[in-house]
Ligand binder design. Structure first.
Ligand code: ASP
Length: 609
């Protein structure tokens, strides 16, 4: 038997027991004639005491960091206790030891605060995974996985595997493709999600399906995206939006309770996409803090149902505002005393290419009730006060105003809002705030192709009372400059996103389940009958054999784990992640394959330079 206990097991109540432990040598400390060793395994660290009588044996078999060691000995109370670890009251007085395997000197220290940089830790990920900090994350991931499965199982969901080798039907992202040796010249694709399979399972009558499953998307990698990632993928038949929202709000609350001990009793708000964009400039707003956007000016073509405050800024001949399509403001709490240097810093921040603003206007709502601004030349104090009031500023707040083209400016104010919240410590990672965003536009306009693209995916149904707008109108966009006036621009999707602390953690929709409507959708996206048949004939065909009404959702599992773990970086919640260029630096993948493999696949490689 290699061990009687783990390195996390033993307590003072085990005093005098004879035990055998096995693990990795974390540290070796020599004090005169005695030697202390910290022995580590997955469960903890136990202190070993080698007395003088073992010195000859230690000299003959010296211990090094990360050696795999087996010891026999007796549990004893420690003289100097360590209150920080559960085994801190005892140590093992070693009677015998055996080196099970040696270790090369590790390239970084296996400790919480390691001296290893990102690259080296990824190259030696198997060593990095020994670190407590990473292990804790993987344990959390496993707890969330178990908790999700328990909830879904208790609610009659069935885990059904779907294939990884499927057909390429790129929509949105690019597919990863896999050549088929047995069918030369033909390729499989790896699924971007099991979307069509889970819908087919509904047609088959498995009315509650789930899978915690890998998905693959060959996207240009933005920070913190992985080419392969995991979803909690779910689908239900005979449901409406309300049923899905209730079921999956339940899932997330169940997970909070299970893994964090949090009773999430707050009402989970629902916000329309339009309200989210209007009030936060963003469709995944972080609502842990307020700082809502004040709309001082909007173009006539967007947010047609909403009223701006243009009368507050017009009529003073301030060209920057007069010529801008959009003017938006936020009131940052308690920052009216920012120095010139600090406001200059913020101006530089919004002028960075990632944000892309030409400048920033500010108004200080001073604690004494006076107002001061960077545009005093144009606006009287009364006018400044009126703008500050519209932005819900209190005395002591700093109002920041951005002006420019609609989309960019709205995104910029949203980024600025998040940045200020971060600076002010308003984004606390131990606070969790859920939100449903609903009523997304069904279509987005693709300028390049002068056509509609599906905002979520082409299987998403319009809101029930918008189905007729879709059926009764021709999708063709005759005048590209007026696409916002096309009836399709106003069709809302029966879709919903779950947002947690400003991150989209889940998204889904009620699906189209009638062949005619699905064909209309494909046609709206520019697919002719032949292409529809070639790409999605199997689904259209299935819809003719009794497809029930259905809908579903998928959660980004890696991100959900990271946020619950209090981090926004997903990599440390994945055992073997890829780096920002999509490489596995440990395996050194992707890599070339050898000529024999190319020959078998009947593929000729002809790389330009
Ligand atoms: N398949 C969708 C996605 O991956 C989620 C869904 O609609 O259920 O985003």
């Amino acid at each position: 038997m290699y061990r009687t206990h783990t390195c996390g097991d033993l307590r003072i109540s085990d005093n005098n027991k004879n035990v055998t432990l096995a693990g990795w040598v974390q540290t070796v400390r020599k004090f005169g004639s005695i030697t202390f060793v910290d022995l580590r395994d997955r469960y903890g660290i136990t202190q070993l005491l080698f007395s003088e009588n073992l010195n000859a044996a230690l000299d003959a078999n010296p211990l090094g960091r990360e050696y795999v060691l087996q010891v026999k000995g007796t549990v004893n109370e420690r003289s100097s206790k360590n209150a920080n670890i559960p085994t801190g009251e005892i140590e093992i007085t070693v009677t015998e030891f055996k080196i099970l395997n040696k270790s090369a000197v590790p390239p970084f220290t296996i400790q919480d605060d390691t001296d290893g940089g990102d690259d080296i830790r990824m190259k030696y990920r198997f060593l990095d995974l020994r670190r407590n900090a990473v292990k804790k994350n993987l344990e959390l991931r496993y707890s969330i996985n178990r908790s999700a499965r328990n909830y879904l199982h208790a609610n009659n969901f069935m885990d059904i595997e779907t294939p990884f080798l499927i057909k390429s039907t790129p929509e949105g992202a690019r597919d990863f493709v896999v050549p088929s040796r047995m069918n030369p010249g033909q390729f499989y694709a790896l699924p971007q999600s099991p979307q069509t399979f889970k819908q087919l399972l509904m047609v088959s009558g498995y009315d509650r399906y789930y899978q915690i499953v890998k998905c693959f998307r060959d996207e240009d990698l933005r920070a913190d995206r992985q080419p392969e990632f995991t979803q909690i993928d779910c689908e239900m038949a005979f449901v409406e939006q309300e049923d899905i929202i209730n079921m999956f709000e339940g899932l997330v609350k169940h997970i909070f309770k299970d893994v964090k001990g949090i009773d999430y009793t707050d009402f989970v708000d629902r916000m329309t996409w339009e309200d989210a964009m209007w009030q936060y400039g963003n469709d995944k707003p972080d609502i842990r803090f307020d700082m809502k956007v004040c709309n001082l000016k909007k173009p006539a073509t967007v947010f047609t149902d909403k009223k701006d405050n243009a009368d507050l800024i017009n009529g003073v001949d301030f060209k920057v505002f007069d010529e801008a399509e959009t003017v938006v403001a936020i009131a940052v709490p308690g920052c009216s005393e920012y120095s010139r240097k600090q406001t200059d810093e913020l101006t530089e921040w919004v002028k960075r290419p990632q944000i892309g603003m030409k400048g920033m206007v500010f108004i200080k709502a001073n604690a004494d009730g006076t107002f001061k601004s960077s545009v005093d030349k144009f606006y009287s104090e009364d006018k400044l006060k009126a703008i500050a009031d519209a932005a819900s500023a209190k005395a002591g707040d700093l109002i920041l105003i951005l002006a420019g083209a609609e989309e960019r400016t709205r995104k910029a104010i949203s980024d600025l809002r998040m940045y200020m919240a971060e600076r002010l410590g308003l984004r606390r990672d131990d606070e969790f705030k859920l939100l449903w965003v609903i009523d997304f536009p069904l279509f987005e306009y693709d300028e390049e192709g002068n056509r509609w693209v599906a905002r979520h995916h082409p299987f998403t149904a319009p809101k029930p009372d918008h189905i007729n707008i879709m059926i009764n109108n021709d999708p063709a966009i005759k005048d590209a400059t007026k696409y916002l006036e096309h009836p399709y621009a106003n069709i809302k999707a029966n879709a919903y996103d779950m947002v947690l602390n400003g991150n989209e953690v889940g998204g889904g929709s009620i699906r189209i389940y009638q062949r005619e409507l699905q064909e209309k959708m494909f046609a709206a996206l520019g697919m002719d009958a032949e292409e529809q048949q070639h790409k999605f004939g199997f689904l259209l065909g299935a819809f003719e054999y009794g497809a029930p009404p259905h809908g579903g959702i998928a959660f980004g599992f890696d991100r959900l784990c990271a946020i619950i773990g209090g981090s926004e970086g997903i990599r440390d919640f994945i055992a073997f992640p890829k780096n920002n260029s999509g490489r596995d630096v440990m395996l050194d993948a992707p890599a070339t394959i050898d000529d024999r493999q190319f020959a078998e696949l009947q593929i000729k490689l002809d790389l330009k330079d």
